[in-house]
Design a protein around this ligand. Structure first.
Ligand code: B3K
Ligand code: ZN
Length: 871
């Protein structure tokens, strides 16, 4: 097996040569594409001398012709390695022309230049530009790009690249050409090209300085009527970035193209974003409320990159969180400002706890600024993105909104047009705020999730409350000894009537050592502390709060996030008791305080419906599993199910009232109230489904057929698929008949079946792999079926005989030959094998070894699997 070599942050050196300009020409044909690149190269005298060779990255490109200066070079006059192109002696300044051939129709990796449903498109981040042509494919080499595209006019009427269209015209043989110029210097990862037969939806946005920007969204003709929400979201993003961060758009044109086959959500190429169609196309009939929210978030995210990522870019890939963490923070704030802040925070934290915490406790754990990688694409992780955003949020919390904004202004002012590091960012924040963030920096270099313990003592006589807070971070392969982090704890104190009596100077407690005590004077007895309000730091908290106090917080905390979190803690405790009961074969019972707390929440006339929905929803099985050293999937499933059924029986009447009230909501209404109402109805339906009576099945089926809106339709279908009911088969067939021509809706049809926990699910998934609508070429489809099964269906995936593992590993091995990037994501489901019982652990490890031993395994999958096996 070929060893794949890691790259290290400590080895970073500035480039030996700059490439000031690159003029590209793409001649697109059906069987091949000819790329001609003309570069102006300049030695970086601070790094290199006359004997320093020029080494360009180059992968898969079939080189046809090389001209250095005015000399045509023969193949022996340059060196061509598997992944590089080298000239041993070059002058200080010279031009280099390289012509090469590509076959994008055979490129299934969806990186570099490839074809999606007949459209040519590119994906260059992180290191895909080298699959297009030879270049110094690293983010600190920033160049001015121009791009000529020639193609058949009938097949490819739309020809796009970054920047401004400066020329176009007709050529012989029914061909045409365009020339694009991007006035902003950029790294190669932001280059993009699209050519296809697409329709364009147009609008404009007038910026704060009065410039009119053309906004173009390109989609396949049949999707023309599904772009309204994406366009509205783009305009909202542009206005928000001006208002909240003072950032104005810089080109005269902003283009978005939706493609069907895309490895991730979207890509922020300068002036030409390429999007997974899932994050553009939506109508209430075809997309759920969550899809609408996701579109707004991703459109915002890519737009915000124009400043955080594109104008100020990365010195090297280890700094990825500089743009991703910061841009996720910005998109989270955008969504929070435009919708419900609390609902947004709850879903982000749930996501962090379910996906990032496990990542940070497993073999792929890495600091927010990683120190090494084998395949960069494997480091577009929850840690870099979501924990990275939490790190920015903590700075925001410590500095306060205004000073943070001052810091951001200074950051843009200092670094516009440059490629910088996370250290530059922190330094700028320190300078702007006049604070010392030296301990805070550890959040970038130290991996793992800190555990924070909070203990109280109260002195009746002195009316003195003491709160002792301690932190520890478990050692891991990155650091054996963990240091104390700088942890901001947003704090509140409630008296027994629920009144906030927090001393004003104590709204934010800053823990900078392993432990610290805070003493509060003149505090009445029976106060309840509210800690980490709004989840002010990405830690696992352990408190001494009683169940009564949690119920009290659930009802009275004036921090909405903590009200929700108190409910979650109550559920966890209840499920924990049920699990212990199940393990010792005791008769399970659900304690009345959970039912009472839920009933109170459901009857609260002031509670926002969306928050109510979140509050009554139980943590999912993966989240529950995270609480245990050894995860007992069967006990977790049964305990959760038992709790759900018990709640349903006790509160059936209230749930039915909610469901009945749902008919008043217009299925096309996308206002917060309408969405909130639908989410509450769905949460109530999920309880009613747990009753498993013929009546409840009938209710859900009726809901399904009368939906008129995808949020209702797919949720009721999900519930039907998760029960043994005569309605399930017909509902699936009806849905298929209605939607089989819409690929994004069909993804949902695959997902609901892959996520079911009823007997026979694995066989069903196997047969769905042979379904005519299933394809291994489309990442969305793969994620819907295989991804949902492996990542969100622990009960079936971990079935005791190991059949789930065997099936999954078979698919991983096959898929790696087609799309390594997606496969590497998939295979990480095995990363946590040590967290299961001995038998499952062995079964999973065997699959990992089997994958590891495959000949010609991709670098992507190799890195994940070898880390999982502890190499
Ligand atoms: N920057 C891209 C992600 C590229 C992933 C490369 N494997 C999208 C984003 O984060 O906005
Ligand atoms: Zn991003």
């Amino acid at each position: 097996m070929k060893k794949h070599e890691p790259k290290y942050l400590k080895d970073y050196r500035p480039p030996a040569y700059w490439i000031d300009t690159i003029d590209l020409q793409f001649d697109l044909y059906e069987k091949e594409v000819i790329v001609t690149s003309f570069m102006k190269i300049q030695r970086n005298n601070e790094q290199a001398g006359e004997h320093t060779p020029l080494v360009l990255n180059c992968q898969d490109a079939d080189i046809l012709h090389v001209v250095a200066g005015d000399m045509v070079l023969l193949p022996g006059e340059y060196e061509r390695g598997e992944d590089y192109f080298k000239l041993n002696r070059v002058p200080e300044q010279f031009t280099l022309e390289i012509k090469n051939r590509l076959t994008p129709q055979n490129n299934t990796s969806l990186e570099g230049l490839y074809k999606s449903s007949g459209t040519f498109c590119t994906q260059c981040e992180a290191e895909g530009f080298r699959k297009i042509t030879c270049f110094s494919d690293r983010p600190d080499v920033m160049s001015r790009f121009s791009c000529i595209i020639t193609a058949d006019e009938n097949k490819y009427p739309v020809l796009l690249s970054n920047g401004n269209l400066v020329k176009k015209g007709k050529l012989e043989n029914n061909r045409h050409y365009v020339k694009w110029e991007d006035p902003f210097k950029k790294p190669s990862y932001l280059f993009a090209l699209v050519a296809g037969d697409l329709v364009c939806i147009k609008d404009t946005f007038t910026t704060c300085s009065g410039r009119e920007i053309d906004l173009h969204i390109y989609v396949e003709a049949e999707n023309k009527d599904k772009c309204g929400h994406a366009m509205a979201s783009l305009k909202q993003s542009m206005a928000w970035d001006e208002q909240r961060f003072g950032r104005e758009y810089d080109l005269d044109l902003y283009q978005i193209v939706a493609v069907n086959d895309f490895n991730m959500g979207a890509m922020e190429n300068k002036g030409l974003n390429v999007f997974n169609s899932k994050y553009v196309l939506a109508r209430p009939e075809t997309a759920t409320d969550q899809d609408f929210m996701n579109i707004q978030g991703v459109i915002g995210h890519e737009y915000f990159h124009n400043w955080t990522g594109n104008r100020v870019t990365l010195q090297n890939w280890f700094q990825l969180s500089l743009k991703e963490g910061l841009t996720v923070f910005r998109d989270q704030e955008f969504t929070a400002d435009l919708n419900s802040r609390a609902v947004k925070r709850i879903s982000d934290v749930k996501n962090l706890r379910t996906l990032q915490f496990p990542e940070d406790a497993g073999p792929m754990s890495h600091p927010v600024r990683p120190e090494s990688y084998i395949e960069m694409n494997n480091f577009y992780t929850m840690t870099v993105y979501e924990k990275g955003a939490e790190v920015i949020r903590m700075i925001h919390e410590i500095l306060g909104r205004e000073i943070f904004r001052k810091g951001m202004d200074l950051y843009f002012h200092r670094f516009d047009g440059r490629a910088v590091t996370t250290e530059d960012f922190i330094q700028t924040m320190e300078d702007a705020a006049g604070v010392d963030l030296s301990r805070f920096r550890l959040w970038y270099s130290q991996s793992g999730t800190p555990r924070v313990t909070v203990r109280r003592t109260y002195n009746e006589k002195r009316r003195q409350l003491t709160i002792k807070i301690a932190q520890t971070t478990p050692p891991d392969h990155n650091q054996q000894q963990k240091k104390a982090l700088h942890i901001p704890i947003k704090f509140g104190l409630l008296d027994k009537n629920g009144k906030d009596i927090t001393p004003p100077e104590h709204h934010l407690l800053e823990l900078k050592s392993l432990e610290k005590e805070w003493v509060f004077d003149d505090i009445p007895s029976e106060t309840v502390p509210s800690l980490f309000r709004g989840f002010s730091a990405p830690v696992i908290m352990d408190t001494d709060l009683t169940c009564e106090e949690l119920s009290f917080l659930m009802a009275h905390d004036n921090d909405a996030f903590n009200r929700w979190d108190a409910a979650q803690q109550l559920y966890f405790r209840e499920i924990d008791t049920l699990i212990s009961g199940l393990q010792s074969h005791a008769t399970p019972t659900v304690s009345s305080h959970v039912i009472n707390a839920l009933e109170k929440a459901l009857k609260d006339p002031h509670m926002d419906r969306a928050l109510m929905a979140k509050t009554i929803t139980l943590p999912d099985e993966n989240e529950i599993g995270e609480k245990y050293e050894i995860i007992d999937v069967d006990a977790i499933h049964s305990a959760r199910q038992f709790l759900r059924q018990s709640i349903a029986k006790e509160l059936e009447g209230l749930f039915m009232e909610i469901i009945d009230s749902g008919s008043a909501v217009d299925p096309k209404d996308l206002s917060h109230n309408a969405m909130a109402h639908r989410s509450l109805v769905n949460a109530a339906l999920s309880y009613v489904a747990a009753l498993e009576s013929p009546q409840s099945q009938e209710i859900i089926y009726q809901h399904f057929i009368s939906s008129g809106n995808m949020t209702r339709e797919i949720f009721s279908l999900t519930l039907l698929c998760d029960m043994t009911s005569p309605f399930t088969g017909p509902a699936l067939e009806q849905f298929y008949e209605k939607w089989h021509t819409d690929p994004l809706v069909m993804d949902k049809w695959f997902s609901v079946q892959a996520g079911a926990t009823v007997p026979g699910t694995l066989d069903k998934i196997k047969s769905l792999c042979r379904h005519p609508d299933f394809t291994w070429k489309n990442p969305n489809r793969i994620r819907s079926l295989i991804g949902v099964f492996g990542m969100t269906n622990p009960f079936v995936f971990h079935q005791a005989d190991g059949a789930g593992y065997q099936f999954f590993a078979d698919k991983v091995i096959d898929l790696d030959k087609i799309n390594p990037q997606i496969t590497a994501r998939m295979v990480s489901v095995f990363n946590r094998y040590k967290r299961y019982d001995a038998r499952r652990r062995e079964l999973m490890k065997n699959q990992l070894k089997r994958i590891h031993d495959v000949r010609g395994l991709s670098r992507d999958v190799y890195e994940i699997v070898s880390r999982a096996l502890g190499e």
